[in-house]
Design a protein around this ligand. Structure first.
Ligand code: FEO
Ligand code: CA
Ligand code: CA
Ligand code: CA
Length: 606
């Protein structure tokens, strides 16, 4: 794709060509460096990383594995000092350990404990170099690791529920740890929300639960049967559903971390429902309440919204943080229903636009529960919050093509959601196409945009349309907001979304099916350049692109699971970032304009 005559501020750079290189490729005139990688010190004084001699104690003080969400909590008005908050989604033990030390059938207890410590989140003090542009980590008392051993407080309407009680926690209010934290969001009050996503995979033996109601609930969440891949149940019975049937109900929540208070107890907010939360992002309603958007990332799952009862208090003081965090414990949980405005016969599954020229229509937020009141027949409010998927089935929500990150655009106020893919759409016995999910066997995903009625996130009605139907622009089944397809970068499997200060959407991808590595893409959402997708960077072999954060002067991405396509660490497919013959290490990368400072050094402005 060449340069357009009148590029939109924030997207004026030369697109990176799709490639399969084992490096982070960035546009001409930009520079990059690795901010922090798996094994680097987080807690000051953490032991130096040694791939062959790792310990759980060391990992608990070092940067964890498989970084996904990246958030910056500003600590000054210039944007130079920030707390960097990163999620560590999951472990791949065959890459976490040297091949000659790890037997997947028989992990050692220490290896299992290393994996527990490699999950969770990291909080790291950073300084942006005003000259060189990159982000550097610093030793600080605010630096913190949260792992599968960190105690969380359960709050909201399902705290203390009979469904959350276990032998280790008869109160049902204190959970040890968080896992599979995928993406997240920084709140206006300066905390981080993080989604517990594919929590099901850590559990074993759900098939041994015989009570039919309980078994159906476990099945609806695809809780693991037989032995688990990681065999954690051998070292802690809580991962064995036959012995602790309620433990899976203690994951699948939105958690909140207060990075400014390293001694704070992190929170699980049950009012936001329990499902495979990709992320959670906040928008303040017209009357000052807090709305939170979240997608459930599995095929044919739903998009949700929570609206608080109480009103937001502006600011990031400890008082404001406490007040606003408590708002997430009482409100109304909704699920989305999408209706198309074109005749069903015109949505033929090929991705061909209907005669009105757009995949679009109206939407409705269906209430599931509010405080202790349920709106779903046959479900108590407690059951709505803990078994949210089943309540949403009953309510008649629209089954989507894997809802990933959802984020409000701070410039135009609209909401954007990545629907990453769903190759089962239209398959035998599965749901067929609808206007919001218009392609059968959707392997490249699409991006949805909606506007709440009156622009107010408290509204229960909205208007929606597809911004992008992703894939190879040379094929007829793609759509780029009406922009000429000959000028756009190919894009596949949108996952995380973010906005630059100009209101352009930035999309990171996971699982590119077009034969090149994953990457980060910008796309203006209004004016003549709407839909002009441009690739800003690509990540190394086997990696997905996460984060991202795009400020005036900095782009941050998380490079997750480089080299994961290799069978084990014996034959790495990637040696990024350390090069040579080293094993790959997930890491955070910062990118900035080379040799340009202040206003001249803005991202995507020439
Ligand atoms: Fe962890 Fe939905 O990606
Ligand atoms: Ca239409
Ligand atoms: Ca994701
Ligand atoms: Ca992903």
């Amino acid at each position: 794709p060449g340069n357009h005559p009148r590029p939109v501020p924030g997207t004026d750079f030369d697109a990176v060509a799709p490639n399969k290189l084992d490096r982070v490729s960035i546009p001409e005139g930009y520079d990059q460096h690795v901010v922090i990688r798996w094994g680097d010190a987080v807690v000051p004084g953490a032991p130096k990383f040694d791939f062959r001699k790792q310990t759980a104690a060391a990992q608990a003080e070092q940067f964890g594995y498989n970084n996904d969400f990246v958030g910056l909590i500003p600590q000054d008005s210039l944007g130079l000092r920030n707390l960097l908050v990163v999620n560590h989604e999951y472990t791949t033990e065959v890459h976490l350990f040297p091949a000659d030390q790890y037997d997947p059938a028989n992990p050692t207890e220490e290896q299992v404990k290393i994996a527990w410590a490699a999950h969770g989140l990291s909080v790291v003090q950073t300084l942006r170099d005003p000259i060189g542009g990159g982000l550097r980590t610093m030793a600080s008392p605010l630096n913190r690791r949260i792992t599968l051993d960190t105690v969380f407080e359960v709050r909201g309407p399902a705290a203390g529920s009979k469904y959350l009680k276990t032998s280790a926690d008869p109160s049902g209010k204190r959970v040890r740890g968080t896992q599979n934290n995928c993406s997240g969001g920084v709140t206006p009050w300066g905390t981080v929300l993080s989604g517990e996503e594919n929590f099901h995979q850590y559990f074993a033996h759900a098939e041994q639960v015989t009570d039919p109601v309980q078994a159906a609930r476990l099945k609806r969440y695809v809780i693991g049967t037989g032995e688990s891949t990681r065999k954690w149940e051998r070292f802690d019975k809580r991962w064995d559903v036959a012995r602790e049937p309620n433990e899976p109900n203690r994951f699948g929540w939105v958690v909140e971390i207060d990075p400014n208070d390293p001694h704070s107890t992190p929170i699980k907010h049950t009012a936001l429902g329990r499902f495979k939360h990709e992320a959670a992002n906040v928008k303040i309603t017209a009357d000052g309440r807090v709305a939170v958007y979240s997608g459930d990332d599995e095929r044919f799952e739903y998009i949700y919204k929570f609206v608080s009862k109480g009103k937001y208090k502006k600011g990031t003081s400890a008082l404001a943080r406490r007040h606003n965090s408590a708002l997430l414990d009482d409100g109304t949980l909704y699920v989305a229903k999408f209706t198309g405005d074109s005749p069903a016969a015109e949505i033929d599954g090929t991705g061909k636009l209907p005669t009105d020229g757009e995949f679009d229509g109206a939407g409705e937020w269906l209430p599931l529960a509010s405080g202790n009141k349920s709106f779903v027949d046959g479900f108590s409010a407690e059951e709505v919050y803990v078994f949210t998927r089943q309540a949403a089935d009953k309510a008649g929500a629209t089954k989507m093509d894997r809802p990933e990150d959802i984020e409000p655009n701070p410039v135009n106020g609209r909401i954007y959601a990545a629907l990453t893919n769903n190759t089962d759409r239209g398959a035998a016995g599965k749901a067929g196409v609808d206007e919001a999910n218009p392609r059968v066997a959707n392997k490249n995903g699409h991006v949805l945009e909606w506007e709440e009625a009156r622009g107010d996130s408290a509204s229960t009605r909205f208007a929606w349309r597809l911004l992008l139907v992703c894939g190879d622009p040379a094929t007829a089944d793609t759509y780029f907001g009406g922009f000429p397809k000959s000028q756009v970068s190919p894009i596949s499997c949108p996952d995380n979304v973010a906005f630059d200060p100009h209101g352009n959407l930035w999309i990171s991808t996971d699982g590119n099916t077009l034969g090149a590595n994953d990457g980060l893409f910008s796309v203006p959402v209004s004016g003549p350049e709407r839909g002009h997708v441009k690739q800003f960077l690509s990540v190394p072999v086997g990696a997905e692109t996460c984060g991202p954060v795009v400020t005036d002067h900095l782009v941050l991405v998380a490079v997750q699971h480089p080299g994961e396509n290799a069978a084990s660490s014996a034959n790495p497919s990637s040696h990024w970032p350390d090069g040579g013959t080293t094993q790959p290490r997930p890491a955070i990368v910062s990118v900035w304009r080379k040799g340009r400072f202040g206003l001249a050094g803005r991202i995507g402005v020439r």
